[in-house]
Design a protein. Sequence first.
Length: 241
Amino acid sequence: MKIIVRADSTECGAAAYEIFAKGIKNGAKVLGLATGSTPLPLYKEMIKSNLNFDNLTSVNLDEYVGLPVDNDQSYHYFMQENLFNKKPFKKTYVPDGIKAVDDPEGVSREYDQIIKDNPIDIQLLGIGRNGHIAFNEPGTPFDSLTHEVKLTDNTIKANSRFFASIDDVPKSAICMGIANIMSAKKIVLLAFGENKAAAVKKMIEGPVTEEVPASVLQKHPDVTVILDQAAAAELDDKYKN
Ligand code: PGA
């Protein structure tokens, strides 16, 4: 793993942008994209750049089950608002959260096929405080493919502030599996803030174990981890440069 430490999330976004820009210049055609607060500094850099994305395909990690694409909490909506409206891609894929209400298995197998047909050149990731990657929580098998994930009561409760009532909060999501993520040629993981420091340390220094999903990245041949000072705080000095 290559580890880059920068002063803050803005500088981390710029460092991540350089990797994506270089990859695109060198022929990358498919980007694996993510939602949440972590990707935003990179998306801001992409938007203000003069890079053209209309030759590129994107494949997103996950989507809530049951939210229409125009619901402002859906990941479709997030991607439109934070990247695609400003930088149109040739083709974008996000799992179909409405079709998944009745057929999560069918949607999952279709998504695996999409990833097979569009092998991911550069995959962007964040990390959860418990070491999750996307919705792949501790205990998810390393050989998992796209699957439906039931959200924990805690997550449902935490998300309820964005919805009119707790009954409107999605109860599950469709998520790329760990094997799908590991199939990307190159992986760039960003983490900011002290609340990520313990997970970052386990990912980089700890044993490779399904109890820390991100630790699987130690087995990938081309991973760059980009951290702000706070997220890097618990790392042994030998990993910082
Ligand atoms: P965050 O989430 O970007 O909102 O911190 C990252 C994650 O949980 O994967």
